[in-house]
Every structure is written in C-alpha cells, then in structure tokens.
Design a protein around this ligand. Structure first.
Ligand code: HXC
Length: 258
C-alpha cells in the first residue's frame, strides 16, 4: 500500500516504519496514525517480518498530536469519534516485537507512541515530555498511565504538571528507555537489536512479549502463573527441543517457529 506520511522498508526480516512529516516535526495527525496502524497490521501479518522498528527523523521522533488539526475540535466530536482511541488499540495489539528508535523530540502523543512500543532505544539528543498541560489539556493516548508505570509517580507528576522535557540521560536513569546511543548510530543499533530478535523463535519472542506485558495488567501471583503456563507450553514446540539441543551440541540453533 502507498503511504504519504510514513515510509516502510523491510530489510533482513526487520520492518522499519519511519514517520515522515518533516515540516511538522512528525506531528501525529489522523492520516499518519491511520497509516501507521495499517502498516503495523501489515508487518504483523507478513511472514517475512520478525521484528519492527518505529522511528522518526534525527530532529523529531514525533512532536505530539497535530495541534493544528485538533485545535478546533469540540468535546462532542472527540467523544463521538473516540479521538485516537481506535488508533491506540490498533497500535497496541501488534504481536511481534516493536522497538522505538527515538531521536530528537518525543513529546505528548510522540512520547506516548514510543511508550506503546516494547522498548525504546534513545539517541543522545532525544527529549521526552508530556507538555499537553501547556495547551490546556492532558495526555490522551496513555501518557499518564504508561509514564507513571515506567518512571514512578513523582517523576511522572513532575513531567505532566510542569510540562518539562527529560533528556536521554535522565530517561535512561529513570527506566523510560533501555539504552542510549550516539544519534549517528541510532538506526544501526536498532537494526542490530531487531536482527537479534529476528533470529529467535517467534513462538518464544511472542510469549516473552505477552508475559512481560501481563505485568502491567495483573497481580504478581497471576502474572507468575501466566508466565509459568507459557513457559510450560513452550516445551510442546520443536523450537524448544532445537534450542536446547543446539546448546548441548555447541552450535547455533535453527528455529523454525514450530
Ligand atoms: C502541529 C507542530 C507540532 C505539533 C511542531 N509543529 N509540533 N505542528 N502539531 N504538535 C510544527 C510547527 O508548527 C512548525 O511548523 C514546525 O513544526 C517546526 O516547529 P517549531 O516550533 O518551529 O520548531 P522548534 O522551534 O525547533 O520547536 C520544536 C518544539 C515545538 C519544541 C517541538 O515545535 C513544540 O513545542 N511543539 C509542540 C509540542 C507539544 O505541545 N506536543 C504535545 C501536543 S498535544 P510551522 O509551519 O508552524 O512553522 C498531544 C496530545 C496527545 O500530543 C493526545 C492525543 C489524543
């Protein structure tokens, strides 16, 4: 499918989706979020794709929801349209691993979008923030919930109430991002991580993703039970036999998603 606001590229079993509205610092309008939801759905369904990278430009991952598009909307419109609710649900139901490679601004909906991914690799120039309060609103696609789970109540309140930005170093220290790399090596690092994931059995990669995400939805005892059930079920797969045999035979496993 031809897209106007994103660029999709598949290389070495990794699908990279680049947000591409440079004149608006990749502000998220309805078209972009719609195209992104479609592209993620296609990547999830494509057997050649085993990991997905979501990225922007070196200046901006995304500077938030498109303020120009939403400024005149009424309560009735956003309520009846479930403004960005459907897109949120589509983006978070992807089953393959999704890495956010973030350089520059990840603000408002941009920060929220990065947090919907499975983990974030940040460039050293990345800036995260939830500045919606400066516009007379608050975060609307998960920011108050996800940022709080990532960095704790105090820092999340600080970010949402003052609207200040967090640099990459603070983001790593606070647990928002998994690693920070020089901006020029961001895509190489993300591609390397995605290719490492692509080598694994999709069965265990998807199970790991489901189990970690469960930690946000349930109690410790239920989460551990969920993990144990998945762990046990993986013993029914050929990939478990192959992985453990390869270890003992001191060779690289050949996983077949079976
Ligand atoms: C629409 C945006 C935009 C946005 C930037 N632009 N952010 N357009 N929506 N969120 C546009 C600018 O209008 C400008 O275009 C061009 O991008 C370059 O931006 P500048 O401001 O000139 O760049 P700079 O001075 O470098 O400042 C960068 C910036 C600033 C600090 C990121 O642009 C900024 O504060 N942007 C808004 C950030 C924000 O408040 N995000 C939260 C949005 S609300 P023109 O053509 O005008 O020159 C949100 C809610 C989510 O995300 C909930 C959804 C349901």
């Amino acid at each position: 499918m031809a897209y106007e606001t994103i660029i999709v590229d598949i290389e070495d079993r990794v699908c990279t989706i680049k947000l591409n509205r440079p004149d608006a610092l990749n502000a998220l309008n309805s078209q972009l979020l719609g195209e992104l939801a479609t592209a993620l759905g296609e990547a999830d369904a494509n057997d050649k794709v085993r990991a997905i990278i979501l990225t922007g430009s070196q200046k901006a991952f995304a500077a938030g929801a498109d303020i120009k598009e939403m400024s005149e909307k009424s309560f009735v419109e956003v309520f009846l349209q479930d403004f960005f609710g459907r897109e949120h649900d589509a983006l978070t139901k992807v089953r393959k691993p999704v890495i956010a490679a973030v350089a520059g601004y990840a603000l408002g909906g941009g920060c929220e979008l990065a947090m919907m991914c499975d983990f974030i690799i940040a460039a050293d120039n990345a800036k995260f923030g939830q500045p919606e309060i400066n516009l007379g609103v608050i975060a609307g696609i998960g920011g108050t919930q996800r940022l709080t789970r990532f960095v704790g109540k105090s820092k999340s309140m600080d970010m949402h109430l003052t609207g200040r930005f967090m640099d990459a170093e603070e983001a790593e220290r606070s647990g928002l991002v998994s690693r920070v790399v020089p901006v020029k090596s961001l895509m190489e690092e993300a591609q390397g991580a995605a290719e490492k994931i692509a080598e694994k059995s999709m069965l265990s990669a998807m199970a790991a993703k489901e189990a970690v995400n469960r930690a946000y939805e349930t109690t410790l005892a239920e989460g551990i039970l969920f993990e144990k059930r998945l762990f046990h079920s993986l013993f029914s797969t050929e990939d478990q036999k192959e992985g453990m045999a390869a270890f003992q035979e001191k060779r690289t496993p050949q996983f077949r998603d079976k």
